[in-house]
Write a protein that binds this ligand. Structure first.
Ligand SMILES: [Zn+2]
Length: 338
């Protein structure tokens, strides 16, 4: 019988499950080229494909050690229920972060008004689905949408997740339209606060990071996706110095491995700071678990079992286990629960 150890599970605070299908298919393109392929795929998906495909992706997440996921969903209302069903079938805790999309993208992403969006959200809540608000981005949501959603999230004490500062072009467009950078606009429209998670913040400047710190907002880093899409690096050291809470997400699901996300995060910090052990092992585990749960409004999430007989743990002393898992192991050290 293999020797195992129970540890806190990981929380995947940002996923678009359908994008898993794009891995390996769009090499050579930049972010915007990848986005075209993503939109084409999104347009083609049926409700049944969402149900079946998401279940498979959620099983992969469980097998790699994620026991809860925030699905940032923009494929439509019926598909939201299919995602919930898929998660329940797979056995992963899911929070449906329903995207609000006012403009751009493709038809199926968009609601006609903030009221129509909130109706969709309330319908999911009434069906017992754990939800969060997700104004997609400052690209997709005009100012009045952001204001209304920020108000609603605060009044209902619900998580609010939003993409911001992933790509320089998004910042240029926001400056041209509003005379402000994306995170400044989010602050202005009441979208920052302790229930808010800003996804990426890759190109956030010092003033924007100060706004995140002062409002108690969280940043969700998605290092494997940010690397894959050529987004850039999270300003890990500047985030750490300000004490801004961090969590992780598998985002495009090009990789499904929480240990790799954490290793990337620490690797970026080491490259930026020229020293080792920037985030301590326990801090990384909190980023991978508790912090993501808080970002999703979850009080509890399942534990995982780690296979102590796994070849990648040969010769590791018990006191170095957590650090060794992040430094030198993949998600396959987790005993598959399915
Ligand atoms: Zn995303």
């Amino acid at each position: 019988m293999a020797e195992t150890l129970s540890l806190p599970g990981f929380v995947n605070a940002h996923s678009h499950a359908f994008q898993r299908a794009l891995r390996g298919r769009t090499e050579g393109d930049d972010f915007w080229g990848w986005r075209d392929a993503m939109l084409e795929l999104a347009e083609s998906l049926t409700v049944e494909q969402v149900r079946v495909g998401y279940e498979q992706v959620y099983r992969e997440m469980l097998n790699a050690g994620y026991t809860a996921v925030g699905e940032f969903h923009y494929l439509g209302a019926a598909e939201a229920h299919a995602a919930v069903e898929a998660a329940s079938e797979a056995g992963i805790e899911l929070v449906l972060l329903l995207a609000a999309y006012g403009r751009g993208g493709i038809d199926r992403f968009r609601q006609g008004s903030p009221a129509e969006y909130l109706e969709q959200l309330e319908e999911l809540r009434a069906a017992g689905v754990r939800v969060g608000l997700a104004p997609h981005s400052v690209r997709a949501c005009p100012r009045d949408w952001l204001e209304e959603l920020g108000r609603y999230a605060a009044a209902e004490s619900l998580p609010l997740h939003v993409h911001a500062c992933e790509q320089p072009r998004e910042i240029e467009e926001c400056l041209a339209e509003h005379g402000k950078r994306p995170i400044e606009l989010l602050a202005d429209t009441g979208c920052l606060g302790p229930q808010t998670t800003v996804v990426h913040a890759t190109h956030a400047n010092g003033a924007e990071l100060d706004l995140l710190r002062d409002s108690g907002s969280t940043i969700c880093a998605c290092p494997t996706t940010e690397a894959d899409l050529g987004d850039g690096f999270i300003p890990a050291i500047r985030v750490l110095h300000r004490g801004i809470p961090l969590c992780i997400g598998s985002d495009s699901n090009v990789r499904i491995d929480p240990l790799e996300e954490l290793r990337e995060l620490e690797g970026i910090a080491r490259r930026q700071d020229g020293r080792r052990g920037v985030f301590e092992a326990d801090a990384l585990w909190a980023i991978g678990g508790a912090s993501g749960a808080r970002a999703l409004g979850l009080e509890s999430w399942d534990e995982i079992e780690v296979d102590l007989d796994h070849r990648s743990l040969d010769g590791v002393a018990p006191e170095h286990l957590r650090a060794a898992l992040v430094a030198g192991c993949g998600g396959d050290v987790v005993v598959s629960p399915t």
